[in-house]
Design a protein around this ligand. Structure first.
Ligand SMILES: [Zn+2]
Ligand SMILES: [Zn+2]
Length: 280
């Protein structure tokens, strides 16, 4: 029944009821990804306590952070469903036919565009007039995978509007947009996992990928590492945390440092105002 209604949403001339059902299906899928990915990290973290990034801090309010998940998930699902619906209804660019080259190419371009969008929206959110919308997310100095949805509606909207706007600027086939959203949800939780399970040379210079350490250091040190999937924008703009590459390399060797070099040299600029992340 629901599948039939989603198929109706894909047909030009669909009504708002069809959109509402599509939205419900998207929300259900996002919740399923949240629970599956969260369970994975809870098990992995329990098995490998030595991989904790901020060894001297523990987030005692991690379950309470989920109180903000419904608003965050509804907002991001609304943006995503609106993007799909706009393309299906012919209101946006006509997507390229899905092929062996158009799919990966459009997906790569879209991921690069989202990283650019995320970096600059994030820099904007750190400006004083906008910080009121982002401060909630930073009350988690030591994040957990559940911190991914610990955000205000405004912050969720600013980040996730990308998925509505993109169909008007890039002829991306919708299955690639679905693939990107699934990746985005999982990688968002990976970035907040608090434990570095996938340290790799691909996540440090000269390679462009970002690891869990990358966003963990954003929460721990506040003024660094603003991007999402790649470290390129931070390297270009001088906002990469000075100890990032060295910390990833240390995790590869299985000997992560208790603190990275920039902290020891007194350049730590974390606001240190969160009540939920306290020293062990
Ligand atoms: Zn931030
Ligand atoms: Zn975060």
């Amino acid at each position: 029944m629901e599948l039939e209604t989603v198929l109706r949403a894909m047909t030009p001339g669909a009504g708002w009821l069809d959109f509402a059902v599509l939205l419900a299906v998207v929300i259900a899928a996002i919740v399923a990804i949240l629970l599956g990915t969260g369970l994975f990290f809870e098990v992995m973290n329990a098995r490998h306590p030595e991989r904790k990034v901020q060894k001297n801090r523990v987030n005692r309010r991690k379950w309470r952070e989920l109180a903000y998940a419904p608003g965050s998930i509804f907002t991001l699902s609304l943006c995503f469903a609106a993007g799909l619906f706009a393309q299906w209804q012919g209101w946006a660019l006509t997507p390229l036919p899905l092929s062996w080259w158009s799919g990966p190419l459009m997906l790569l371009i879209s991921v690069l565009l989202y990283d650019t969008w995320f970096y600059w929206v994030h820099r904007l959110l750190h400006l004083r007039p906008m910080m009121r919308f982002h401060a909630l997310h930073h009350t988690s100095v030591s994040p957990t995978c559940w911190t991914n949805h610990h955000e205000t509606i405004v912050e969720a909207l600013l980040n996730q509007l990308f998925y509505f706007v993109i169909v008007f600027v890039l002829p991306i086939p919708w299955p690639m947009l679905v693939a990107q959203k699934i990746y985005d949800q999982i990688s968002g939780m990976l970035g907040h996992a608090g434990y570095e399970h996938f340290a790799s040379p691909l996540a440090r210079a000269p390679w462009p990928l970002a690891s869990t350490v990358f966003h963990d250091q954003h929460h721990g040190h506040f003024r660094y590492n603003f991007a999402h999937t790649f470290s390129v924008w931070d390297r270009m703009m001088g906002t990469l945390y000075p100890g990032y590459d060295a910390t990833v390399e240390a995790f590869e060797r299985g000997a992560p440092p208790a603190e990275a070099p920039a902290v020891r040299s007194g350049r730590d600029t974390s606001p240190r105002r969160a009540a939920d992340s306290v020293p062990k």
